[in-house]
Design a protein around this ligand. Structure first.
Ligand code: LLP
Length: 437
């Protein structure tokens, strides 16, 4: 997975670093990110657009994994950034990310969030609904500012993916309905508002998508709408944003296309339709999250207790679980793993990897072939870079893990492990005695 290798001692190596040594140095569970791989993925997207000669923006969907170091890496690679909350925006600004390359998403942005975006003069707000549009317009006029926006629409395209994360279909909490006049009304309102500069349309049809069909169908629906608006209202879109959702390979069962395929097919389709409709080619924006960071992340756990139920199952427990990776419990997500300290050991048995939370559903991997484990072993779970740390939580008051970036044989701690003190830092006691040691 990713660019991981096995060194002479049979240890898993990532970014030129022995993961066993990293686990000793930083403790477990530990998130390790291969920085070169993130750079490679970022450049892959940009180069594909450049090769096809299309003006574009590749905005990293920071919900997949946001931290100051991560945002700075995104900045270095010249990408734009998608944020969805005051927290993600604050992180981006704290990292020194240029506001003009930030896009703000969300179906229920608060007044405070909108004001923050306006005051920081971010690049674009992706407006989700009528109420938001009216509020934003009013706020911009009050502050004498003009905010560039996109309208998020639901194109009625349903991508083949897990039910929980399908967002492109019409019955969705996100976006303006494309066909019942809602989107058109918003476009006409935006045209009249002094505070707003409508750049174009946005859609996001889902996540972990393996086929291009959904993207192409969505692109076609949006281009048809732009043609209609151009004919009827002389509206000219500068931007067409097709969201994120490009799938990655978590296990051997997954068969995603290389990211460049998605981009290339999208560009070809949009170009063809623009020519056919006599429209100026809009800039094409995308918002990959998972495909930029997913396979660059690996989690290292220490193996702990085991429970063998003869002829039924052997449970091997690790020192993390749904508190650092909730995806198996929430989406039945599948992962692959090896023992980081003896990758090539072939004395296999089938085990199921359990987390340490007080919940039967806290299982990380079912039926994984592994060598017989002892409590000296380290388990490396691959492809945890997206929506892993980002969805980590303190269930059972378990501390969130540390995050380390590795690149060219160098390691750098980018998120500290939470301490026990961190866990109680927001608590207020009922009485003084409660805080005594
Ligand atoms: N743009 C928008 C508007 C989105 O809602 C999302 C993801 C993205 C871009 C990035 O999608 P990606 O390229 O990462 O697929 N927690 C779930 C995934 C939720 C995705 C939410 N939206 C998971 O762990 O699978």
């Amino acid at each position: 997975y990713g660019t991981s290798k096995v060194n002479e001692q049979g240890h898993l190596e990532i970014g030129g670093q022995d993961t066993v040594k990293l686990a000793e140095k930083y403790g477990t569970p530990l998130y390790i990110y291969d920085v070169n791989l993130i750079r490679e993925r970022a450049r892959g997207f940009k180069q594909t657009f450049d090769r096809l000669g299309v003006p574009s923006q590749v905005a990293y969907a920071s919900k997949a994994f946001s931290s100051i170091a991560m945002i700075q890496l995104v900045e270095e690679e010249g990408l734009s950034l998608d944020v969805v909350s005051a927290g993600e925006l604050f992180t981006a600004l704290a990292a020194g990310f240029p506001p003009e390359r930030i896009h703000f998403h969300g179906n229920n942005k608060s007044i405070e969030e909108l004001e923050m975006a306006i005051e920081e003069q971010i690049g674009c707000i992706v407006v989700d609904n009528e109420q938001e549009l009216l509020t934003l317009s009013r706020l911009c006029q009050q502050k004498n500012k003009v905010m560039p926006i996109l309208l998020r629409v639901t194109p009625g395209v349903e991508a083949h993916t897990h039910d929980y994360i399908v967002t492109g279909q019409e019955d969705s909490k996100f976006g303006f309905h494309l066909e019942n006049g809602q989107a058109e009304k918003a476009m006409l309102f935006a045209g009249k508002s002094d505070g707003i500069n409508l750049l174009g349309l946005h859609c996001h049809i889902g996540s972990q998508i393996f086929e291009t069909t959904g993207f192409l169908l969505a692109a076609e629906k949006l281009m048809n709408k732009l043609k209609e608006w151009n004919d009827q209202f002389s509206f000219q879109a500068k931007v067409l944003n097709l969201g994120g959702g490009f799938g990655i390979r978590y296990t051997a069962e997954d068969t995603p296309l290389p990211a460049s395929n998605y981009v290339e097919e999208i560009v070809v389709t949009v170009k063809k339709l623009a020519e056919q409709f006599g429209l100026a080619l809009p800039e094409i924006w995308i918002e990959p999250g998972r495909s930029l960071v997913g396979d660059a992340g690996t989690t290292i756990y220490r193996v702990g207790s085991t429970k063998d139920i003869p002829n039924v199952r052997k449970y091997v427990a690790v020192d993390g679980g749904m508190s650092d990776n909730i995806r198996p419990a929430l989406y039945s997500a599948k992962y692959d793993a090896v023992l980081a300290n003896r990758v090539h050991d072939r004395t296999e048995e089938k085990v199921s990897i359990a987390g340490k939370c007080c919940e039967s559903g806290d299982m990380l991997i079912w039926d994984l072939p592994l060598p017989k484990t002892t409590s000296d072993d380290l388990l490396a779970v691959f492809c945890t870079g997206a929506y892993g740390y980002a969805m980590a939580n303190n269930y059972n008051r378990i501390q969130r893990p540390a995050v380390v970036f590795v690149e060219d044989g160098q390691d750098r701690l980018v998120i500290k492990r939470e301490s026990l003190q961190d866990l109680i830092k927001l608590d207020l006691p009922l009485r003084e005695a409660a805080m005594k040691k």
